[in-house]
Structures are given as C-alpha cells and as structure tokens.
Design a protein around this ligand. Structure first.
Ligand code: GDP
Ligand code: MG
Length: 403
C-alpha cells in the first residue's frame, strides 16, 4: 500500500521549498578571497586587494560581500566635518569590524581645516570605542621624509606604487604592504609538452631550453615589469607542471589567480582539443577570483595561447578554430613562440596591464589585434626592454622550483 501524504507533510514540504527559493533569490554576496584588503573611496587602482566604495552607496556597502576569508582590513578614511559622512564612516567600520579580525583606520584625506582634525579624531575614537578590534591611526602622526603630519600627506592613489609608499609610512611592516607589492598572479595551464615551462622561462629569464624536462611539482617564476606611468609590477607566475586536469591541487593554484594562460601547441591537435577541458576546470576554480572596483566586478582574465608558432609548417590547429574557440568562450587570445620569444613578453605585459586597468599605448594594442590574426607583430620597443631590465635587479627576478 502506498503511504498517503498528510496535510502537515505537504505544508512542511511547501514551506521548505519556499525557504529554498527565498535563499536562492537572495542577492548573491561577492566572496573576497583575500586575507588582507584595503577599502576606501575611489583610488583608480585595480587590485584584488583593493575595494572601492562610493560615498553615495557607503550605507550597507559591507553587506554586499562575504568576508569569511578576510582577516585584516585597512580603511582609508576621509577626515571631514560633515556629520552624516562621519556617521556613515563609523557605521561602515563597525560593520566590517564585526566580520574580520582587525580593522585599521588610516586617515587618508582631509576635507576639513587642519584645526578641526583633533575634534573629528575625538569623535571617531569615541564612536568606535565599542569595537575592540579597531585601531585608529593618529592623523597627526609624523610621516615621510619631511616628517609631516599624516593628514597633510594625503594619499593620492592613482597607482599602486604611490599607495604602497603611503601605507609603508603609516603602517610599516603591515601585511597589506607586502600584499599590494605582489600585484599580478598568473597561472599557466595546458597539456604536458605544450610549452608552459618554456613560456614561463622565456618570460622570467629570457631563455629557452631545448631538452624537455617534465615539471613534476610546480614551478614558480617572478619578474618585475614596467608598465606605462612608471608603474612597476611584480608578476608572479605559477606553472602547474605535471598536474593533471583532474589533479587535486589544481584548485589551490587557481585560487587567487588574476590571469590564467590556457596554453596549447599549434602543432598538436590533441592539446587544442583538451583546451576545452582545461577551460572547464579553470572556470570552476576561479569563479570567485574577482576584483571589485567601484562596485564593478572584474572576473579573472583568461587567455588562450597557441604556442610554437615557429613551427608554422607543422601547424595543425587552424587560426579559424583558435579564433572560434576564443570568441565562443570570451577569451583573450594570442599566439606565441617560447623558442623565438615572439610575443611572449608582450602577452604577459598586456594581460597584467588589463588586470591593473592600465592603458597600453595604441601601438601595443594594435600589435595585439595582429596577434589574433596570427600575423607577425612588432617586438616590444628595445628602449622599453632596456628600461625593464634596468629595474630588474637580481633580487626581483627569481626562479625557484618546488617538486
Ligand atoms: N619549436 C618549439 N618548441 C617548443 C616551444 N615551446 C616549447 N617547446 C618544446 O616543447 C617541449 C615541451 O616544452 P615544456 O615547456 O617543457 O612544456 P610543458 O610540459 O607544457 O611545460 C620541449 O622540448 C620544448 O623545448 C616553442 O615555442 N617552439
Ligand atoms: Mg612543464
């Protein structure tokens, strides 16, 4: 005999279904996958460790995010006389303090007179007394070479370098300084022997090795590069090595990536076919890698990279299939040769520039369009390469291998 369903059971089932729908329809919070972040008004810098808010939407701003992974927050705060702004700032700090371990409030801008600074500081100290994990940096603290009061040394923003310099004055040794100096993280995936390690080596050491060593663990490369506006960026590259597509560690490498290079070998059709599977793994493991700048969410950059273009006569993957795959999946796209070095540096540079929202010159952008067409492009200007090398002191180019 079939069990009959009672009215209560129906009601209970309907109720739980309703709850489930409600939960699903809740606006989804953006997870911040960083241990330490800076929040503040518009700074014009894009980094996954910087979160900007607008004065108009500061109320309940913190509720848009899932703060579970965050431990330390540095708040750049304006010193202002406007009572409502002061209240909103205090509310924001309190809300964030409930979510994370430590909050440090750094006075970064003054829109009151200098004489009014102590009174505003007093108000904020009083208002924030209830939050035990909030530290307020004294706006009159003397900082910088000129030993000027902090509040007069306004944080101008505009570039990571300037923000880092400012924070180094105010919070020497704070984790945020180290975090912001590590500006772009690239993870390179793709089939074995497609040339991942060679590409990384070409980028980091400007060299190429003919003999094939399968990477067993993972390789790590880094190089400091120079972008327009004198912006120095430390690029860190993870070469996933022998990790298989189903590898257990793959999610660990991908978490935190700003850019993923999806490499295949243009002379090996299997490596191109497998790019689809690699893409699925990458998408699954990077869906929360976002940066939030003025409430726009930027997902991780994915770049399809056809390698070994020096072997043009042996090419089996057509430019059309490459293009179609990139278009369908909304990928940036490029061809490189780790052997000749063709386009390798430019691609890294372009990807990092995109991540940090730095405009490259038109010539460089046009050069990139040509890459997509698969034609030969101009190399990076020699003067620029020299510039990069100069800032490239021995300590800034490091290569280490973990196996
Ligand atoms: N002709 C040519 N060979 C390449 C190129 N890049 C890599 N290789 C060769 O392909 C093999 C595999 O390269 P490797 O970087 O170890 O591939 P990985 O397994 O993806 O890291 C090596 O023998 C490399 O010398 C390239 O651009 N052109
Ligand atoms: Mg390798």
């Amino acid at each position: 005999m079939q069990d009959s369903v009672t009215g209560d059971q129906w009601r209970s089932a309907a109720h739980s279904l309703k709850e489930e729908v409600k939960e699903k329809n809740k606006p989804k919070k953006t997870a911040i996958r960083e241990k330490v972040v800076v929040i503040g008004p518009k700074m014009g810098i894009r980094s996954r460790a910087i979160f900007e808010f607008r004065a108009a939407t500061i109320e309940n701003w913190s509720e848009k995010f899932d703060w579970t992974s965050v431990e330390d927050v540095v708040v750049l705060a304006e010193w202002t006389k406007t009572a409502s702004n002061n209240e909103l700032m205090v509310k924001l700090v309190e809300a964030v303090a409930k979510e994370v371990t430590n909050v440090t409030v750094v006075p970064s801008r003054m829109t009151c007179t200098y004489d009014e600074v102590p009174a505003i500081t007093e108000y904020r100290i009083k208002a924030l007394k209830t939050a035990a994990n909030v530290v307020l940096v004294n706006p009159l603290m003397l900082v910088g070479e000129k030993k000027a009061p902090l509040i007069l040394s306004e944080c101008k923003g505009g570039s990571i370098d300037r923000l880092v310099e400012f924070l180094e004055w105010v919070l020497p040794g704070h984790k945020i300084v180290e975090r912001l100096s590590r500006d772009a993280e690239i993870v390179v995936v793709g089939d074995g022997a497609s040339g991942k390690t060679s590409i990384c080596q070409r980028f980091a050491k400007e060299s190429f090795e003919k003999t094939y060593h399968q990477t067993l663990g993972l390789d790590f490369f880094s190089r400091r590069i120079m972008l327009p506006q004198e912006l120095q960026v430390l690029v860190q590259v993870w070469d996933i090595g022998g990790q298989s597509i189903a590898g257990e560690m793959i999610d660990k490498y991908l978490t935190g990536a700003d850019v993923v290079f999806l490499v295949y070998d243009v002379t090996n059709s299997k490596s191109f076919e497998n790019a689809g599977d690699w893409l699925a793994v990458v998408k699954k493991n990077t869906k929360d890698n976002v940066s939030v700048s003025l409430e726009r969410v930027y997902p991780v950059k994915l770049v399809l990279m056809g390698n070994k273009t020096d072997l043009e006569e042996r090419r089996v993957v057509s430019v059309e299939s490459h293009k179609a795959f990139a278009t369908q999946n909304d990928l940036m796209s490029t061809y490189v040769s780790a052997k000749t070095g063709d386009t390798v540096f430019l691609t890294f540079r372009q990807a990092v520039a995109e991540v940090l929202n730095v405009g490259l010159s038109r010539a460089e952008v046009e050069a990139d369009i040509e890459i997509v067409k698969g034609t030969v492009i101009e190399p990076v200007k020699p003067t620029e390469v020299q510039h990069v090398r100069r800032s490239d002191q021995s300590k800034s180019t490091s290569v280490c291998s973990i196996s």
